[in-house]
Design a protein around this ligand. Structure first.
Ligand code: KG4
Length: 356
């Protein structure tokens, strides 16, 4: 079998990541996190994100190549995230991808970050085994892509034929985790720490809304839940003063349950209606163990397998961009004029293939 070696870059938000793939197998995946830089602001600051990407990217490229044990002239193509994401962040990765492609006379492949998340469950290790629990890449598939910037349900009839059948009308689920963590003074990013505290908490202690659970569409809303949490935590802080800390585990457990129920309610209905062969949950929030357990149990009732990425590929990484790049390479989908490739901060996975 021909060996396609792709160098992939993702700088869509606050992680600088470079990976090397050989076909669908990951040879190296380097991630330089900016969490410490953005932590004190409680969220990602675009200007600082660009500065950090500029600082880290060359080191990440060199380390990825070294770790994969290859040379630049072993590469077949370069893949880069060009959409969606923060414009100043995307620009850095695109500029470096163009430079490497031009200097080494390699084709350039433009990748949509959300397609990366969707395919992340199908990344393989060097022994040709899926990292996560995936068994087979099959269509049609139904995916919940749930991260700090997006929450959407995508139906895929086949590769590159995507339809967003539902999405958040306001905040993303990961953003809700981050904002509630901030209300509880738990730091940034909120998801992992809220999940950790929730392990020791009572999920039924606080009654929190499941916004839009009764609507017949497949959309979500998390801003109402966030506002309910704000009023409730303010009232509890007032009432309990210094003892408020003792309520945090229960609060995290109740909040996490509300988010998971909201996501699962809509996704389950969509799975019953669309009858996919497989279901996927991917993106940063898919690292959540409670979510994994509830999704797997519920979807089992209608005989649908649900695939999750291995934990390190839930949050942003270039390996998943390389995998999309590999499939695009097989279909000859290259950037026609390298100099003309520009960042597209808002192009969705569905728009990606329209008119192409
Ligand atoms: O995919 P990702 O890196 O997203 C974006 O760049 O948008 O995901 C980051 C998001 C953050 O909002 C973070 O709080 C959330 O994923 N997250 C989690 C967990 N781990 C990360 N949310 C819930 N439970 C987790 N275990």
């Amino acid at each position: 079998m021909e060996k396609i070696r792709i160098l992939a870059i993702d700088t869509s938000c606050d992680d600088t990541s470079v990976a090397i793939l050989e076909n669908d197998r990951v040879m190296a995946n380097i991630v330089s996190s900016q969490i410490d830089v953005h932590k004190e602001w409680g969220g990602v600051v675009p200007r600082l994100a660009r500065r950090e990407h500029e600082k880290m990217i060359l080191g990440c490229i060199k380390t990825a190549i070294k770790r994969a044990g290859i040379n630049l002239n072993d590469l077949t193509a370069v893949a880069v995230t060009y959409a969606p994401g923060l414009a100043p962040s995307l620009e850095v990765g695109i500029r470096w991808a163009k430079k490497i492609a031009k200097e080494n006379d390699l084709p350039l492949i433009a990748v949509n970050h959300m397609e990366g998340h969707l395919l992340s469950v199908f990344l393989k290790n060097s022994s040709n085994k899926y990292y996560g629990n995936a068994k087979k890449l099959e269509f049609p598939l139904l995916a919940l892509l749930v991260s700090g910037g997006n929450t959407q349900i995508v139906y895929a009839n086949q590769m590159s034929d995507y339809k967003i059948i539902g999405q958040t009308l306001d905040d993303a689920a990961g953003e809700a985790f981050d904002k509630v963590a901030r209300m509880l003074d738990l730091g940034y990013p909120g998801g992992p720490v809220v999940a950790e505290m929730a392990k020791k908490g009572d999920r039924e202690k606080y009654n929190l809304p499941r916004p839009m659970s009764k609507t017949s569409d497949y959309n979500f809303s998390f801003s109402g839940l966030k506002t309910a949490c704000l009023y409730q935590t303010n009232a509890l802080k007032e009432e309990y003063k210094d003892d408020f800390k003792t309520l945090i585990n229960d609060y995290c457990a109740s909040f996490q349950e509300a988010v998971v129920d909201s996501l699962l309610g809509k996704f389950f209905r969509a799975a019953k209606k669309y009858q996919p062969k497989v279901c996927i949950v991917a993106g940063g929030v898919s690292a959540n163990n409670r979510l994994r357990k509830k999704f797997a149990n519920k979807l089992k009732k209608i005989d649908k397998p649900v695939y999750f990425p291995t934990k390190k590929f839930c949050t942003d990484n270039a390996a998943m961009i390389g995998l999309v790049g590999y499939h695009k390479y097989l279909r000859n989908e290259f950037v026609k004029e390298i100099d003309m490739l520009d960042r597209e901060p808002t192009i969705s996975i569905e728009e990606e293939y329209l008119n192409k």
